[in-house]
Design a protein around this ligand. Structure first.
Ligand SMILES: Cc1cc2nc3c(=O)[nH]c(=O)nc-3n(C[C@H](O)[C@H](O)[C@H](O)COP(=O)(O)OP(=O)(O)OC[C@H]3O[C@@H](n4cnc5c(N)ncnc54)[C@H](O)[C@@H]3O)c2cc1C
Length: 140
């Protein structure tokens, strides 16, 4: 995203910087806002993990870890895709890192706990099938 911002200021098709166009600005702003929110969720979750034991994390926090996981991988794909778009044809090529970043994080939306599996974990905590809201010692 930082590279996209820099490039949008440098590249001047027909004499005007890409960054002067709201069609370039607004999607960039949306992604930068998401990045800030995501970063804070990750810092907060990491800070809370530091206060807990492993079993407590499983009980009280694994839904937040799953939120960080699936949202961060999805965000990386969206950010890489947008950076590629801002860079035009060069962004698609391997002269820039975006296709690699996209492909790498696209994989993590499937492996090591796919998006659906992460969401299942969040839903389990939310609806009381697992985690701290699961009724103890009886049928749900
Ligand atoms: C690059 C790469 C490296 C890998 N490395 C390893 C490795 O080192 N070790 C290893 O053990 N495995 C590895 N894998 C395999 C990986 O763990 C599996 O691909 C992953 O667990 C998903 O299983 P699957 O491909 O069989 O998809 P499936 O289980 O067939 O699922 C297909 C899709 O349906 C979704 N889905 C599945 N069940 C449900 C459900 N109940 N509700 C809703 N959606 C559902 C999944 O999230 C997925 O999107 C690797 C895969 C890749 C692509």
């Amino acid at each position: 995203m930082n590279e996209a911002v820099e490039y949008a200021g440098l590249r001047k098709p027909f004499g005007k910087p890409l960054s002067a166009n709201q069609a370039i600005q607004f999607p960039t702003v949306e992604l930068m806002t998401q990045a800030e929110m995501l970063r804070l969720l990750i810092y907060k979750t990491a800070w809370e993990m530091d206060q807990m034991t492993g079993p407590e994390i499983q009980l009280y926090l694994s839904d937040k870890v799953s939120m960080c996981n699936y949202w961060a991988n999805r965000f990386c794909c969206e950010a890489a895709d947008w950076a590629m778009q801002v860079h035009g044809g060069m962004g698609y090529s391997r002269h820039k890192p975006f296709e690699h970043i996209y492909r790498h994080h696209r994989r993590y939306r499937i492996t090591e706990g796919s998006e659906q599996i992460q969401m299942r974990n969040v839903a389990g905590h939310l609806f009381g099938f697992m985690g701290k809201n699961k009724p103890r010692g009886g049928e749900h």
